[in-house]
Design a protein around this ligand. Structure first.
Ligand code: ATP
Ligand code: MG
Length: 426
């Protein structure tokens, strides 16, 4: 590993330094070659002047391709004209390994860029987005640790659907049918009887046929489940979590935010008190904006886009009709005891949460009505047979939250290797 990285060079102005990295950009003016070098922490301009280096170094600099790995040695100077304000005046320049015909050009189209994602992930956008993603996850873990939650690890191979059969990926499990988990929720519900307040971060898989800018087939799902917890407290935890993550990213990932044109102050100043509207109010807002939606329909991408466009902060939508929500949610009259958290500015849902049904008979009734085989859910029903408690929980899509924080065009830009219906390579 390297002893120091490009970000560490600001302390070493005037010294002779060595650096390893990749050629990011190159310009040549006669006997002077400028090569911008990239590493995992930033970029620095290296100037290779014929009179300062031996012939071999100058030849290598001249012929160096974009994305070749390189070694440079030279004196570090301040230079306001150079990107980042520093310039390395080279005494030695070596190509570690060449990169002939690097496949990305200025005019490479978006589909091709995805075909060669293993190459495009070298871009600065990609570094900034992936680092901010790490920040979101660090902020989340920090929150749950401070709240005294236990992190648990739920299985990915599962025997029953957690979120409806329509988006299940099935597979052959030694001759039996199994699925890739859509949610850890049911297993987290079992875990609260031991740990009371738990969370998990696992990939969830959904065979989403609708291709939207906010659906992946594989995403990172942050889920929490709390015993002795009803809807109000569930929402409070959610708003505190999202606020904590935003504060955390605003503080530690300001450079990444600024890179995408976002003001860290918005995230630093966020306060854990989000507006709440009802499903009925949401329908009225949509109808008043000319969206042809009737009471009883769920919101899709288009509806959430319009619904959220005039809000400045995340907000909850509560009291959905029970018919459009899952069997495991507690019900009051014709409503499910649930709330979705919507990101403002057209971004839409980032969390789905609810109080869970803790009554055995009501749960059995609903499963039968939905045509499910009870035998598949016996273990889940046991949770209501042995010491059932009021409990609530939620699931947050990490890439959904990140997309909103960075204001990225497409959710696939939130993934190192995005998985969508059309894409499983590379
Ligand atoms: P949507 O209506 O947007 O498809 P959902 O109601 O299916 O979402 P939930 O089942 O409540 O979502 O899942 C909890 C959270 O997981 C969502 O709020 C969202 O942040 C995230 N999520 C769900 N499906 C996807 C997906 N296909 N890609 C990325 N994130 C997702
Ligand atoms: Mg969905």
């Amino acid at each position: 590993m390297k002893d120091y990285y490009i970000k560490d060079l600001t302390d070493r102005i005037g010294e002779e330094v060595e650096m390893l990295g990749w050629a990011y950009r190159k310009r040549r003016h006669g006997k002077l070659v400028f090569i911008v070098i990239r590493d995992s922490t930033g970029i620095i301009q290296a100037s290779v002047k014929r009179e300062n280096v031996d012939e071999e170094s100058f030849e290598e600099a001249k012929t160096c391709d974009i994305e070749a790995s390189v070694y440079v040695k030279g004196e570090l100077k301040e230079d306001s004209r150079a990107p980042g304000g520093l310039e390395l005046s080279c005494k030695e320049f070596k190509i570690v390994s060449p990169s002939p015909d690097f496949p990305i050009q200025e005019d490479t189209g978006p589909e091709v860029l995805l075909d060669i994602r293993h190459m495009t992930l070298r871009s600065i956008d990609s570094r900034m987005a992936m680092r901010a993603k790490m920040g979101v996850i660090q902020g989340a873990r920090d929150f749950f640790e401070k709240k005294g939650f236990t992190e648990v690890y739920a299985p990915i191979f599962v025997g029953v659907a957690g979120e409806g059969g329509g988006t299940l990926f099935s597979l052959d499990y030694f001759g039996r049918k199994a699925y890739l988990s859509q949610t850890a929720q049911l297993h987290l519900e079992a875990a609260i009887f031991q740990f009371e307040n738990v969370y998990s971060l696992t990939p969830s898989f959904r065979a989403e046929k609708s291709r939207t800018r906010r659906h992946l087939t594989e995403f990172y799902h942050l889920e929490a489940e709390m015993a002795w917890c009803e809807e109000d407290e569930n929402e409070r935890i959610e708003e505190e979590l999202v606020t904590h993550i935003c504060n955390f990213v605003g503080e530690r990932y300001a450079e990444e935010l600024r890179h995408f044109g976002q003001d860290p102050k918005y995230y630093l100043d966020m306060e854990p008190k989000f507006e709440r509207i009802t499903y009925d109010e949401a329908i009225s807002i949509l109808q008043s904006k000319g969206v042809g939606i009737e009471f009883g329909s769920d919101f899709g991408f288009e509806e959430e886009k319009v619904l959220t466009e005039d809000f400045e902060h995340p907000f909850f939508v509560k009291n959905f009709p029970k018919g459009i929500k899952s069997f495991y949610m507690k019900q009051k009259g014709d409503r499910a005891v649930c709330a979705d958290l919507e990101a403002p500015g057209g971004y839409g849902e980032i969390i789905g949460g609810s109080q869970r049904e803790d009554d055995l008979n009501l749960l059995v009734e609903r499963l039968l009505r939905e045509g499910e085989k009870l035998e598949n859910y016996e273990w889940y029903l046991d949770l209501r047979r042995y010491g059932s408690v009021p409990h609530s929980g939620f699931g947050l899509g990490i890439e959904r939250l990140l997309r909103w924080i960075l204001k990225l065009e497409h959710i696939r830009d939130c993934c190192l290797f995005p998985r969508t219906p059309a894409r499983i390579y590379p």
